[in-house]
Design a protein around this ligand. Structure first.
Ligand code: FES
Length: 112
């Protein structure tokens, strides 16, 4: 049974072979952004697979949308678990912007 580990949360889940990374992330309580419902339409579910040989090869629709995968980048909705793998989920852009603003504000406050 493949074991997927999601970074940076560090959450791990055992899934049946063939389970999509998106479904596994949801089961593990890891937030992966989506808009299209998992049909390779929105490209919002991009993740990085650190062991690309332990997941399914890119589907035709994924290849059409993503071209040649760069540095293990895959669509979570199209990628299926085949073995133990580590998945890096990018930070939500809105949360990242808020975090950066809070960090800047904290630095400014420290100057006074
Ligand atoms: S959920 Fe839209 S491309 Fe994967």
């Amino acid at each position: 049974m493949p074991r997927l580990t999601f970074l940076p949360d560090g959450k791990t889940i055992d899934v049946r072979p063939g389970t999509t990374v998106l479904a596994a992330a949801r089961q593990a309580g890891v937030g992966v952004r989506t808009r299209c419902g998992g049909v390779a339409g929105c490209l919002m579910c991009k993740v990085k697979v650190l062991e690309p040989d332990r997941v399914s090869p890119p589907t035709e629709s994924e290849r059409r949308k993503m071209g040649d995968a760069v540095d293990g980048e895959r669509l979570a909705c199209q990628t299926k678990a085949a073995g133990d793998a580590t998945i890096v989920v990018p930070e939500d852009p809105l949360k990242a912007a808020v975090r950066r603003q809070l960090e800047r504000q904290k630095e400014d406050d420290a100057l006074w």
